[in-house]
Design a protein around this ligand. Structure first.
Ligand code: TYC
Length: 102
């Protein structure tokens, strides 16, 4: 911000120092055991994807080894990873969900 002082002096009142928040990708990894329908359910339940989009992402993970679920602030990304991991383990699936800085 710039303000004019007494003799029209230009004073730097404050630096524009607001940085954008760090953002994190939440990613699903492929494995040989987790059922496809379970992965679709995870994408619908925790990442608000519709049936079609969830199926697309699941197949992308199945083929490429990984796929993007969404991009979030660190707190939200951490919560998603924990929720998905807990849900997978509760159902005895080895599904891996991780976060990485975007
Ligand atoms: N590869 C799994 C299968 O053939 C399906 C799968 C997809 C697993 C995505 C994990 O993140 C995953 N049943």
């Amino acid at each position: 911000m710039v303000a004019r002082g007494h003799e029209d002096t230009v004073l730097k009142v404050e630096k524009n120092k607001v940085k954008p928040p760090r953002m994190f990708k939440v990613v699903l990894l492929n494995d040989d055991f987790t059922p496809m329908e379970f992965v679709v359910l995870v994408l619908q339940t925790f990442f608000a994807k519709g049936q079609e989009k969830a199926t697309q992402i699941m197949l992308k993970v199945h083929i490429d080894g990984m796929g993007l679920c969404g991009i979030y602030s660190s707190d939200v990304a951490e919560t998603k990873v924990k929720q998905v991991t807990a849900f997978a383990r509760k159902n005895q699936h080895p599904l891996k969900c991780v976060m990485e800085e975007a």
